[in-house]
Design a protein. Structure first.
Length: 295
């Protein structure tokens, strides 16, 4: 049995994640997220034409039949770029709901959060033509979203408040929590890679700062946390009874990795041009949304 099989990853996950990595490279390359977070570098038409929104649906429903483990791999790749597009909520909504699958455009979900005082928060709610899946059971109910107020905290998620919160089945809530946690680990992995590259180039006292013991210790800790976070989301996708705790750990570990990555960039890490805080906001917002899902 191959290593891929041992980890539960299917052919759909392998092929789709590699293809998505290439698409993201063409769309944003190595550009700082701040340069495209307020743009649309990946059009919905390109997502729709490639049937990316149907990857999670069963084959008998016209999808690719991706498993939750496959979707974890896809979400990790997606998180590495933080492209402001509703792909993840759409492919999950179309996984669960015939009504969502009938929509040509993007479909999102709405979750009450603590930060909003219990009001419904909708990722990509401000996007034109987006629909909201109001019920994940049965055929589902899809409605046009009416924006009450935009939340600028995480520009990459295009958050909006208002409207009716989604009603969740146990399976749908559990799966979305795992996939959002996987997306967070992708963000953390990207940030760790950027931090390592930075400390190899940034010089102080005539040598790269990556040679300093304190920096080495910080990045070693971050590497360990990133590996543990990735393992946690894989575990969560394969063992449902352990998924809630594993997902929470993955979120917390990913946030710590990102914080360390920002820290080793020094003052530059806090500048808008670098955009490192976008990853921090993206992951903290996803964690807040995941916490609003029913257990």
């Amino acid at each position: 049995m191959s290593a891929v099989d041992e980890m539960g990853l299917g052919e759909v996950g392998v092929v789709a994640s590699e293809a998505l990595r290439e698409i993201l490279a063409r769309a944003v390359g190595g550009s700082p997220v701040a340069s495209y977070v307020n743009e649309r570098p990946l059009s919905w038409d390109s997502v729709r034409q490639g049937d990316w929104d149907m990857l999670g649906a069963a084959e008998e429903d016209g999808g690719a039949g991706a498993s939750l483990r496959d979707l974890v791999e896809l979400a990790r790749v997606w998180g590495s770029a933080v492209v402001p597009s509703p792909l993840v909520p759409t492919l999950m909504a179309k996984r669960w709901s015939p009504a969502a699958r009938a929509c040509a455009g993007p479909v999102t979900v709405s979750v009450p959060t603590r930060a909003s005082g219990g009001r419904a928060v909708t990722p990509f709610g401000v996007e034109p033509d987006v629909r909201v899946l109001l019920d994940t059971e049965g055929d589902g109910v899809v409605a046009k979203f009416v924006v009450v107020g935009a939340d600028p905290y995480a520009p990459s998620l295009r958050l909006a408040e208002g409207g009716q919160a989604t009603t969740w089945s146990g399976v749908a809530a559990a799966e979305l929590r795992v996939v959002w946690a996987a997306e967070a680990t992708g963000c953390a992995s990207r940030m760790l890679g950027d931090a390592v590259a930075y400390v190899k180039e940034r010089q102080q006292f005539g040598q790269p700062i990556g040679r300093f013991q304190a920096i080495k210790h910080h990045l070693a800790n971050a590497h360990l946390l990133a590996e543990q976070a990735e393992t946690a989301v894989i575990l969560a996708s394969l063992e449902p009874e352990r998924a809630p705790a594993a997902s929470r750990f993955a979120f917390d570990a990913s946030l710590r990795v990102i914080e360390i990555a920002v820290q080793v960039h020094g003052g530059l890490g806090f500048t808008w041009e670098m955009g490192l805080h976008m990853y921090l906001r993206h992951v903290s917002a996803l964690r807040e949304l995941a916490a609003g899902l029913p257990a």
